[in-house]
Structures are given as C-alpha cells and as structure tokens.
Write a protein that binds this ligand. Structure first.
Ligand SMILES: *Cc1c(COP(=O)(O)O)cnc(C)c1O
Length: 373
C-alpha cells in the first residue's frame, strides 16, 4: 500500500532547526534580535515598506482595522469564502461585516459585486487571495480610491505571489500575512503586517503589546488599549530559515501545479464535470490546488474515496455567512449563491514543497478513478 499523502506538510530544514536550538540556548527566547532581523528581511523583500511581526495572521488584520479607526457603525466588505478569521476580525472591532459574492472562476471577490455593496457607511475592503491568487489589484485600488476606502489585504496565503512582477505586500495599503503551520512559509504560528508610515508602525507596536509607549527617561506609559500579540525569537528563527527558501518553495509549487494540469489533461473538466483553477504560473504562489467537484459527488464522498487511495484532501472553505454566529446576525442561505455552491463543492488536493511529481501523478490517477469510475 502507498504511504499516506497529506494535503499539506511543512518542511523545516536542518539549518533552521539548528538556529532554533541556538536561540533556545541564547538566554533570549521572546521578542528580540531574531524578530528584528526577520522584520528587516521582510521589509527589504517588500521594497522597503515598514513591516511588523505578530503571533498570528488574524491579529494583524484586527490591528490594521484599529489603526484605521474602524469600529461600531462602520461597514467592511469581504468575501464569504475564506477562513472565518477574515470576518471575525470585523466583528472583533465592533464593525459590521458585509459580504459580496465571489467570481466562480477565480473564487475570489467579484469586484463588480464589491462596488455594488458599497454604502455611505463602508470604510474598508478586506480582499482575500484564496490559494494565493491575487485579485485584479489595479481595479481593487481604483475602487478603494474612488470611494475613499481603506484596504486590509488578507494575503495570509499569498506570500511569494506577485502582481505585474511586484510581490504582493510591496505595494497597496495594509497587507497582512500569516505564517501558520500550513502556509507556504511558517513560523509555526505567526504573521506580519505591512504598514504605510512610521505613525501606523508606532500604533501597531502599541496594539501588539498592551498599548505601552516608551517615553525614555521616566519609563513607560500606556495610552491605548493593546493586547499581547508579539512574535517570539523562537518563531522568528523558524521564519528566517523558511524565508531564505521562499523563492525555491514558490518555484516548486508552481512546478507541481503545472504538473497537475499536464497530467489531468485538457479534457479533465469535460470528462468529469469538475472545475480546475485558472492556469496562472506567474502571479499565484499555489498555496492550494483546489478543484470544484461536479454536483454528482458530495465532498464527504470524494474525501472518503480519496482516503481509500491513501490521499488526504483539504477543505477551504465553508461559506462564512452560513455559520451559526453569522446566521444569528441575519445572513442566510441564498444570499451569495456562487459562494454557497463553491463552498459546498471545493476541495484542496495535496500541494506542498516536499511533494514530488510522482505524488501529483498518484493523486491524478486516483481522482480520475473517483470522478469517472
Ligand atoms: C491562515 C489564514 C488566516 C489566519 O491566519 P492565522 O495566522 O491562522 O491567524 C486568515 N485568512 C486566511 C485566508 C488564511 O488562510
């Protein structure tokens, strides 16, 4: 029997493990020199923009909303197809989440529907780059500037992705990344936020650590309500080791995605009724390789049958507006039909750096059998 092929798995090299051990022995294990070095390297990569690290991707979005002064009475537009964190942060700051339906091909926000959802109370958009696939960034920022909206990019899955040759994060407004264990590069848990200026960076530091402002000779003062969101040097040591491999990781994922298309063949959609993702090897970092199943098979059936081939399948994501918490806010079935269909039938096939082309082939053979057999 084949060994189990998971849908995702982190790869931590020996140099990174040694660096974590050095950090543990150094006597300084919380935020310190490794965090400073990681922030500096990220900033260089994002074209010199200011970057601060945190202990999750989720809190970076909450903090960006707070820096933008968004709260009660304000509306924030986002997609129903994301990890629930994307909408939860809007509720966390007391604002109102407003969903717009997705584009069935990209599975990202449909920008026509975003524009239609804008009201005088709209203050921000949180676009999500599902699977690492950017939106039409020119159009996104044209809408933001036309209606004077802030943008908090949920680029949790998009490190290494680009738009017109520029890395996601190197332009735009707030850009949030996650380094959670399954992301393309990881710190085990963690995240970073790209900011616009020194004032925002100072506020980000306050929200990151109890609102403490350093005031030199007379010690400290606290002037805003902050939380406890700092990254440790242990996590940053992992991040530095991972970041050094970002280009290699992105290239390998693009190669594996290309291999999926090649092995599935141009008649796959026609033969199975499944929908492949758009073929893009320039911008997308291929955080996930997702297909939308035909209605003739349910997702649990597909997952069960793939499991019989010892292949793991992921599920990203259920429509946020149909969770109990959101239904209680008035959202209901039928409001975002494309998101509801995609959210029911989307599956993530195995995709990670250490995977081989043979693993892709094995997955394709199993999938043909499950969908056509
Ligand atoms: C992972 C992820 C998050 C949350 O990041 P954490 O680091 O787990 O807090 C948010 N949005 C999307 C799209 C993600 O994939």
């Amino acid at each position: 029997m084949n060994t189990f092929l998971p849908f995702s798995k982190p790869t931590i090299d020996e140099a990174t493990i040694a660096s974590v051990a050095d950090t543990l022995r150094s006597g300084w294990i919380t935020s310190g020199p490794k965090v400073a070095e990681f922030e500096k390297q990220l900033s260089d990569y994002f074209g010199g923009r200011i970057v601060r690290t945190f202990n999750s991707g989720t809190c970076t979005m909450e903090i960006a909303l707070r820096i933008a002064g968004i709260g009660a009475g304000d509306e924030v537009i986002t997609t129903p197809i994301s990890w629930v964190a994307t909408a939860n942060v809007i509720l966390e700051v007391g604002a109102t989440p407003v969903f717009a339906d997705i584009d069935p091909v990209t599975r990202n926000l449909d920008l026509d529907k975003v524009e239609a959802a804008i009201t005088p109370r709209t203050k921000a958009i949180i676009p999500v780059y599902l699977a690492g696939r950017p939106l039409d960034m020119d159009r996104l920022y044209a809408i933001a500037s036309k209606y004077k909206l802030r943008v908090i990019e949920d680029a949790a899955q998009a490190i290494g992705s680009t738009w017109q040759g520029k890395p996601i994060g190197s332009f735009g407004d707030f850009v949030s990344f996650s380094f959670q264990a399954n992301k393309n590069i990881t710190t085990s848990e963690g995240g970073c936020l790209v900011l616009n200026n020194a004032e925002e960076a100072t506020l980000a530091e306050k929200y990151r650590l109890q609102g403490v402002s350093r005031s030199g000779w007379d010690g400290i003062d606290v002037d805003v309500l902050g939380g406890k969101y700092n990254m440790t040097d242990i996590a940053a040591a992992i991040g530095l080791g991972q970041f050094a491999q970002l280009d290699k990781i992105t290239a390998q994922r693009r190669k594996l995605a290309q291999h999926y298309f090649k092995i599935l063949g141009s008649d796959f959609e026609e033969k199975t009724g499944a929908q492949l993702p758009p073929e893009d090897f320039k911008n997308t970092n291929w955080h996930l390789f997702q297909i939308v199943l035909p209605d003739s098979i349910t997702r649990p059936q597909f997952m069960e049958r793939m499991k019989a081939f010892n292949i793991g399948v992921g599920f990203h994501y259920a429509p946020i507006h149909l969770f109990k918490l959101y239904r209680e806010l008035g959202f209901k079935e039928g409001m975002y039909p494309i998101a509801e269909h995609v959210g029911k039938q989307i599956v993530s096939l195995p995709m990670y750096y250490a995977m081989t082309e043979a693993d892709v082939e094995r997955t394709c053979v199993a999938m043909r059998e499950v969908l056509q057999g």
